[in-house]
Design a protein around this ligand. Sequence first.
Ligand SMILES: NC(=O)c1ccc[n+]([C@@H]2O[C@H](COP(=O)([O-])OP(=O)(O)OC[C@H]3O[C@@H](n4cnc5c(N)ncnc54)[C@H](OP(=O)(O)O)[C@@H]3O)[C@@H](O)[C@H]2O)c1
Length: 382
Amino acid sequence: MTQSNISPPQTDRRSFLKVGATFSAALLGASTLANAFGEKSRMNNSIKGNITKMRTLGSGKHSLEVTALGLGCMGMSYHRGLIPNKEASIALMRKAVDMGVTLFDTAEVYGAYTNEILVGEAISQFKNDISITTKFGFNIEKGNMAGLNSRPEQIRKVAEESLKRLKIDVIDLFYQHRQDPKVPVEDVAGTVKDLIQEGKVKNFGLSEVSVETIRKAHAIQPLTAIQSEYHLMWKKPEEGVLAVCEELGIGFVPYSPMNRGYLTGMLNGQTNFYAANDNRAGLPRFQREAMIANWPIVEFISNFGHQRGLTPTQVALAWLMHQKPWIVPIPGTTKISHLQENMAVADIQFSSEEIREIDDAVSKITIYGDRYTPVEQERVAN
Ligand SMILES: NC(=O)c1ccc[n+]([C@@H]2O[C@H](COP(=O)([O-])OP(=O)(O)OC[C@H]3O[C@@H](n4cnc5c(N)ncnc54)[C@H](OP(=O)(O)O)[C@@H]3O)[C@@H](O)[C@H]2O)c1
């Protein structure tokens, strides 16, 4: 995969539709269909829809055993378009618990506050059987994110308020959402360490930080997980962060594991985002030309999956999970059918030849458009 910051090539609508038509024809090919439901099908074990495979984030006293995939809850309130009605989201989260999912991810800024409140209402009653993870690190003014703030008093305030919103007694994993350049990470780690000693937090995590920051924080308070973006279209964690996690025994939680939905094949150059509540509307990689130019990766994983009875989403997630046994993706969804499709990936295993085939193909595909706007880019280490 080549990362390109330059503008995507101009693709006219006709050639884009031609790619789509070729792809549709391939989907309907008789031999492909035979493969999809023949010996190569990987779906047999997972059709029942329950998730039983577990993985461990972190090590020693600060390890956390969770299902091999978790549920990202953000999109039920924030940044993913129209907000479903509350009852539907509560039913979705309870369905996930019913299926055996034990890891649920939220943050104070999602909403702001509304996602934590929703998660608390939906699943706090299962608090002894599941892990709820949340995040601090921003000021919030009039319901909106208003700059970074990881000062010790702010971390303590967020912890107290998140506990109330989530209706739980202890936060299973408390992440710093973005590093605050005004507060040394040692002070952040020290504050979370105190919260752990006080019984308000169980484990500590960081998001989108450098190798150096991970080492400094871990020396003060052992980290359970790093939560950063990682998927077939964004492989930066492979340039050091995964290695330091392995060395120090820290888990890795890839967020936006389907590149905010793009790798599902459900978004394309015709997609219009609901800009009032969808950050993809402003992200360079989700502009029309970039979405058209990046289509070859969707086409590849769709064809690869179709020969095996898998959806593109499942190929993207299974590839990610193959990378390390301590990687636990948190795909987000607002739909029970997608939840079932995503959790079924726990039972899918690719051979090393299959992984090589994916890596070879993806390495030849140029990815267009930055993942973040300049303002958001300043807040992440890579
Ligand atoms: N630490 C951080 O800075 C950070 C940043 C972003 C996100 N996160 C966390 O990561 C979680 C997931 O991230 P994300 O929502 O950005 O990206 P994502 O999980 O890669 O993609 C979510 C999108 O994919 C769609 N989708 C999910 N499963 C699908 C399927 N099987 N078929 C078709 N479409 C499907 C969803 O739509 P439907 O609702 O229609 O399924 C949604 O629009 C969030 O909930 C949040 O907890 C953390």
